[in-house]
Design a protein around this ligand. Structure first.
Ligand SMILES: Cc1cc2nc3c(=O)[nH]c(=O)nc-3n(C[C@H](O)[C@H](O)[C@H](O)COP(=O)(O)OP(=O)(O)OC[C@H]3O[C@@H](n4cnc5c(N)ncnc54)[C@H](O)[C@@H]3O)c2cc1C
Length: 308
């Protein structure tokens, strides 16, 4: 890792992922296509004591994390984007509150370790309080919009109108497209190819369905609906990544490796407009901390400086 960052394997996870991916792409891998992590120089007992969960999990699978080497690869295990929400967890739809990994903006471009669960618990609590405050103030409940409900039922029933097909193969194909073309290291040509492949996976999905039958506990049906959401989200991710011609956190473009000016940072807002996607670059408002400053003493290379 020191070939990639002076902090070695203690660099942030986006940097470590890119380092691992670069090694994999250069063909310098272990037998299963990954690279090795080795912690034994810290002392196996200390490793076992400090990281008991990981050590036990590896041991369950026959690997010795404390004393030996374990082959690892980067993987997508968090979505930094999500629903746009306010600090009280309200959203642009009155009455809809959102919290946790479904929401975008909490972590910026790179989620640091441990902050996923912290986000969900902190904002989950805030959302609960905000909803409890909101309900007594509602003077008149709205009638549900029948057209929206009908459209929801139509969408959910769609797979029963098509011949059953290989959903899981399609899911694997989508994952492969996103890994190869919109993954750890991105560039324009690959993402354009990825966008076409995602469109083709969408067409393939709409041509297949699930066997007609019981709607209760029908996991295959859920898999189909989940895959439709995954295809939609893959399209949003690809369109956003293509539009952002800089590199920030987990979004790294080989054709635009520079971070760009942080003070004029913008975030990407994508909304559905029928079958089309509308994309806007929205200026980031730095309310508390500005780029180059930190609330933590000695961080960001400067003494703490809080914006007025
Ligand atoms: C492999 C892995 C390792 C991670 N490690 C860490 C870590 O070390 N530290 C850390 O802080 N974070 C970690 N994270 C991230 C963290 O676990 C998640 O961000 C966090 O758990 C998300 O919580 P949530 O409540 O927002 O969402 P979720 O935990 O995803 O909860 C959403 C719930 O909604 C349910 N649901 C979905 N659709 C419907 C529906 N239609 N109707 C009803 N229910 C529905 C789901 O079943 C689920 O129970 C890790 C994630 C992964 C995948």
């Amino acid at each position: 890792m020191t070939n990639y960052d002076a902090r070695g394997e203690r660099a942030t996870r986006d940097v470590v992922s890119r380092g691992i991916y670069a090694e994999m792409r250069a063909g310098r891998t272990g037998p299963m296509g990954g690279v090795y992590i080795q912690m034994s120089h810290l002392g196996p007992e200390k490793v076992a004591k400090t990281f008991p969960g990981m050590v036990n999990r590896c041991s369950d699978c026959g690997f010795d994390l404390a004393g030996g080497r374990v082959e690892v690869v980067p993987t997508a295990h968090y979505l930094m984007g999500g629903v746009e929400f306010n600090v009280d967890c309200s959203t642009a739809s009155p009455g809809l509150f959102a919290a946790g990994e479904d929401c975008g903006g909490v972590h910026g471009a790179n989620r640091l370790g441990g902050n996923g669960v912290a986000n969900s618990t902190v904002f989950g609590g805030i959302a609960g309080d905000a909803m409890a405050d909101y309900v007594p103030g509602v003077r008149q409940w709205k009638e549900p919009d029948r057209r929206v409900i009908e459209r929801g039922i139509e969408r959910a029933e769609y797979p029963f109108s098509k011949p059953a097909g290989a959903i899981h193969e399609l899911r694997d194909a989508l994952a492969q497209t996103m890994w190869d073309d919109v993954g750890v290291l991105r560039h324009d040509a690959a993402m354009r190819r990825g966008l076409e492949s995602v469109a083709s996976h969408h067409r393939a999905l709409m041509a297949i369905g699930v066997p007609d039958g019981d709607r209760r506990y029908n996991v295959t049906w859920h898999d189909w609906l989940n895959l439709q959401s995954l295809v939609d989200m893959s399209r949003v991710i690809t369109v956003s990544a293509l539009a952002r011609e800089d590199s920030r956190g987990a979004h790294f473009r080989e054709d635009f490796p520079e971070t760009g000016d942080l003070h004029s940072s913008r975030y990407t807002r994508v909304s559905a407009d029928g079958d089309d996607l509308r994309l806007e670059m929205v200026p980031v408002k730095f309310d508390i901390v500005r780029p180059g400053t930190s609330l933590i003493s000695g961080e960001a290379g400067q003494p703490p400086k809080v914006a007025a």
